[in-house]
Write a protein that binds this ligand. Structure first.
Ligand SMILES: Nc1ncnc2c1ncn2[C@@H]1O[C@H](COP(=O)(O)OP(=O)(O)O)[C@@H](O)[C@H]1O
Ligand SMILES: [Mg+2]
Length: 348
C-alpha cells in the first residue's frame, strides 16, 4: 500500500511538522507500506521525494534539497492514502483536506468541516458555548470593527473580562501571536500583534489553572485516553516553552479527582462529536485547583513528535507509536470507503 506523507507547510508550525513527520517515518511499518514524502516548503511550493522503503536517518533529508519543485496535483497517485502531517493554517484548517477531497483521495484525520472549525478559536468557542461546555469568558474582535472604534472595543472587553487576559489570533497554533496582557496599554499592543496573523482575534479571561489534555481516536466511535497534564515552569505555555524548553513535564495520567477526570473526558468526547471530528484530535482544558473544568481548544492535528502529548497518552493506554499510526491509517481508509459506498449507492 502507498502512503503519501505531507509535511512542512506555510504555517509558523513548519518546523514542528518536520519533527512530527520524521518521527512518523521512523515508526511506520515498512513491511506493509511504501512512503512517498511530500514536502511543502515555507513558500508553499511542493517537492516530492523518492519512495521510502525504510526509515530515513537524517531529519534534514526531509527537506528534499535535491528535488525540483512540482505542482501540488503531482502528489496524486491512485490507490494511495495521504497522511497530512501539517499543523496550523493551510494544513490543519481544512484547506488541504478540501484539496484532497477534490482529488478524491483517502487521508488521515479530520475532514474539511472539523478541521476548519477546530482551527478557528471563535467558531469552536461558539459551538461549545451552544453545547453548554464550560469555557472562560471571551470577546471576539474583528479587525475592521476595531479600527473603526477602538475605544468602544476596549470598553466592551474591559466590561466583560478582567486582567490578566489572553489575546489570540483566531486561526493560529503553537502559541504564535498570543500575548498575556495585564493592562489596557499592553492589550492595545497585543491586539495589533495578533492582527498581523489574522483579521479575527479572540480576547479571553486569563485564569490560573492546570493544563489538562485528552487524546481522542476514532471515527463514528471515538475512544478517549486518560487525561494528561502539561506542567510548565511558566504561566504561559508559549512557542519556546512548547518546543525548546526541557523543563516541560508531561504527567500521564494527570492526577485528578475522579469526578474531575470524568468531566474532562465527557467534554472531550462531546467536543469531538460536535465538530464531527474523525481520525484523531487532542482536546485541551484548564482545570482550577477547586476542580472547575474549562474547555480551551481542540487540535485536529496535534503535535506528533516523540516528545508530544498525543502519542504519549496512547502509549500509556498500551498503544505504541507504530500501532497508533497504523490505526490512523485504517481509520482514514474506512472513512473513505464509507464515502465511496454512499456515492455509489446514490449514483445507481
Ligand atoms: N485564558 C487563558 N488563561 C490562562 N492561560 C491561557 C489562556 N489561554 C491561553 N493560555 C496559555 O497560552 C497557551 C496557548 O494558548 P492556546 O489557546 O492553547 O493556543 P494554541 O492554539 O497556540 O496552542 C496555553 O497553553 C496556556 O498556557
Ligand atoms: Mg494550545
Amino acid at each position: 500500500m502507498k502512503i503519501i506523507l505531507v509535511y512542512g507547510g506555510q504555517s509558523p508550525e513548519h518546523e514542528v511538522s518536520i519533527m512530527s513527520a520524521y518521527a512518523i517515518l521512523q515508526a511506520i511499518f515498512y513491511s506493509y507500506y511504501e512512503v512517498t514524502p511530500v514536502y511543502i516548503q515555507k513558500n508553499g511550493r511542493f517537492k516530492i521525494g523518492d519512495v521510502l522503503h525504510e526509515a530515513p536517518t537524517e531529519m534534514d533529508s526531509l527537506r528534499l534539497l535535491q528535488q525540483a519543485e512540482v505542482e501540488p496535483t503531482s502528489l496524486y497517485q491512485p490507490e494511495a492514502l495521504v497522511f497530512p502531517c501539517l499543523h496550523g493554517p493551510n494544513g490543519e484548517d481544512g484547506t488541504f483536506q478540501g484539496f484532497l477531497e477534490t482529488l478524491n483521495m483517502p487521508y488521515v484525520g479530520c475532514g474539511v468541516l472539523a478541521s476548519a472549525c477546530g482551527m478557528d478559536k471563535i467558531v469552536t468557542k461558539n459551538l461549545m458555548l451552544q453545547a453548554g461546555i464550560p469555557q472562560v469568558p471571551f470577546v471576539p474582535v474583528i479587525q475592521d470593527i476595531w479600527k473603526e472604534n477602538p475605544r468602544a472595543i476596549f470598553e466592551r472587553i474591559e466590561g466583560a473580562l478582567l486582567y490578566p487576559m489572553y489575546v489570540k489570533p483566531a486561526n493560529m497554533g503553537s502559541s504564535v501571536g498570543i500575548t498575556r496582557v495585564e493592562d489596557r496599554e499592553s492589550l492595545q499592543k497585543a491586539l495589533g500583534q495578533a492582527f498581523q496573523f489574522d483579521r479575527r482575534v479572540i480576547v479571553e479571561q486569563g485564569i490560573d489553572a492546570r493544563e489538562i489534555e485528552v487524546a481522542l481516536l476514532g471515527n463514528h466511535e471515538v475512544r478517549t485516553s486518560l487525561p494528561g497534564e502539561v506542567k510548565k515552569p511558566v504561566d504561559f505555555y508559549d512557542y519556546q516553552t512548547k518546543y525548546e524548553n526541557q523543563d516541560v513535564e508531561l504527567v500521564i495520567p494527570a492526577v485528578l479527582a475522579p469526578e474531575t477526570q470524568e468531566k474532562v473526558l465527557q467534554y472531550a468526547k462531546q467536543a469531538y462529536q460536535i465538530l464531527a471530528a474523525t481520525g484523531l484530535s487532542r482536546c485541551d482544558f484548564f482545570v482550577t485547583n477547586s476542580g472547575e473544568v474549562f474547555f480551551n481548544e481542540i487540535n485536529t492535528m496535534p503535535g506528533f513528535t516523540p516528545k508530544s502529548m498525543y502519542p504519549a497518552l496512547w502509549q500509556e493506554r498500551g498503544l505504541s507509536y507504530g500501532d497508533l499510526i497504523e490505526e490512523l491509517i485504517q481509520l482514514g481508509l474506512n472513512r473513505f470507503r464509507q464515502k465511496q459506498e454512499r456515492q455509489q449507492s446514490l449514483t445507481k
